[in-house]
Design a protein around this ligand. Structure first.
Ligand code: AMP
Ligand code: ZN
Length: 113
């Protein structure tokens, strides 16, 4: 998707504060952090949201969760954090490229609102 913000961030065409990168996945700091640590983890390939995950593209989603576990261990917050993916307008999604918010460093509330 040529006009997708997160496709451009994954390609390095728009600057970001990179946390992790490999062939399939890119992770960077959220520009508007909602917790002391707020990292976004995205596939490099364009997938619209969790609602667009299929048997064909689910492999990268599994890999994203390995990466999240690795980042949590490296950054020292494995004991407690939250992973969120907003889907569609009602779900609060504003960037339509699949991303997982990883939030840590404060107590989380439930329900999330
Ligand atoms: P969502 O609202 O779930 O679609 O999440 C999109 C997230 O992207 C928000 O938390 C924004 O703060 C974040 N965001 C938007 N633009 C940028 C950017 N250029 N760099 C880093 N994070 C961004
Ligand atoms: Zn995209």
């Amino acid at each position: 998707m040529s006009d997708c913000l997160f496709c451009k961030i994954a390609k390095g065409e728009i600057p970001s504060s990179k946390v992790y990168e490999d062939e399939q996945v890119f992770a960077f700091l959220d520009i508007d952090p909602q917790a002391p640590k707020h990292i976004l983890v995205i596939p490099k390939t364009h997938i619209q949201s969790v609602a667009a995950v299929t048997p064909e593209n689910a492999g990268v989603v599994a890999h994203i969760f390995e990466v999240i576990a690795r980042i949590a261990a490296e950054q020292g917050f494995s004991e407690g954090f939250r992973v969120v993916s907003n889907v569609g307008e009602q779900g609060g999604q504003t960037v339509h490229h699949l991303h997982f918010h990883v939030l840590a460093g404060r107590d989380m509330t439930w329900p999330p609102g």
